[in-house]
Design a protein around this ligand. Structure first.
Ligand code: AVJ
Length: 320
């Protein structure tokens, strides 16, 4: 069976080579250097992320899975059967596939920035669920996206698990939720996973595991950037640094220079002094009331939520 991987309109699809070079260069040359977390996800990065998800320290994935296992019947009855399941950041599509036998979607639309990874995943899924129409989209939905015509407009359920919305600053998260709301008819909704505020020891361990998988995941961004930019980052000159910033209610991940060093690419170069950092990711943690407020401000009126016993994580269904 062949897999039809539709690529959305040029403007809304994956970044052009020129854009990528420009974005990375701007980030690396700014006073406080940055690399966007989307550059974590090349093939190696996507596999490392899947490994993070099974680490004992990384509680979000298993806590979310536990909530779904325990409340799947209630959740699916709340949502109702049929419609189009739009999976934002589908990855290996495993989370959505678990919902299929309960939600019975007519159409499944997995969207991910890592197209190759997505194509492989959908190929397997097609064989297991031949009655569900599937259209995979390679696109960066953190940008200005529109869905192609193949995606049916009635009964859209946007599925955004894994607390991925935590990567956005809350203002941007609101804008993003409004965009999703605008893509829903009156019968649409969103099913979203949110990581909640908890003690900082638990949070810090989740982003700095003993095996160093998260460290490898963070450092891998430099390998990826070297490929994209032709830069000469020496990974051994850098180290992983992650901490919970309580004021901002977010985990911050950085790459810290272990020595004074220089990086060159194209006609550019940058010196980093020992201890200087490149900010690679924010992962915002919410209180449930604050996130429900955000959903309501985005135009999602009625919401229901399900949590684990420790209230570490919440799954929320909000109707348009
Ligand atoms: C995919 C953004 C939800 O923030 O927990 C995991 C990414 N970074 N470990 C998160 C991540 C380091 C993850 N999200």
């Amino acid at each position: 069976t062949s897999v039809n991987v539709a690529i959305a309109d040029r403007d809304h699809a994956l970044d052009t080579k020129e854009f990528t070079i420009q974005e990375l260069t701007t980030g690396l040359l700014s006073d406080h250097a940055t690399i966007s977390p989307k550059y974590f996800y090349d093939t190696v990065g996507s596999v490392l992320f899947e490994t993070i998800c099974v680490l004992p320290e990384y509680y979000p994935t298993r806590t979310e899975a536990g909530i779904f296992t325990r409340h799947l019947t209630d959740i699916s009855q709340t949502i109702g059967p049929g419609g189009t399941l739009i999976d934002l950041g589908a990855g290996n599509c495993a989370k959505a596939a678990r919902l299929f036998p309960f939600l019975h979607p007519d159409q499944y639309v997995p969207i991910d920035i890592s197209v190759n990874h997505l194509t492989d995943s959908v190929r397997h899924l097609r064989q297991r669920f031949p009655h569900i129409e599937m259209t995979a989209l390679g696109m960066d939905f953190s940008k200005n996206w529109t869905l192609p015509d193949e995606v049916r407009s009635d009964q859209r359920l946007f599925f955004y698990p894994g607390s991925s919305i935590g990567n956005f600053h809350p203002d941007i998260a609101l804008t993003f939720l409004k965009k999703i709301r605008a893509a829903c008819d009156a019968d649409g909704g969103i099913l979203i996973g949110i990581d909640l505020i908890k003690d900082s020891a638990t949070l810090n361990a989740a982003y700095d595991d003993d095996l160093g998988v998260t460290a490898a995941f963070n450092l891998n961004a430099l390998r990826h950037v070297n490929q994209l930019l032709g830069s000469d980052f020496d990974i051994r000159q850098w180290q992983h640094y992650a901490f919970f910033n309580a004021q901002q209610s977010r985990i911050e991940m950085h790459l810290e220079a272990r020595m004074n060093l220089q990086v060159k690419w194209g006609n550019n170069h940058r010196h980093f002094i020992r201890g200087e950092r490149i900010h690679t990711e924010n992962s915002y943690k919410y209180s449930l009331p604050l996130f429900l407020e955000l959903l309501s401000a985005a135009g999602f009126g009625k919401a229901r939520h399900w949590s684990d016993d420790a209230n570490w994580y919440a799954v929320i269904y909000a109707k348009a």
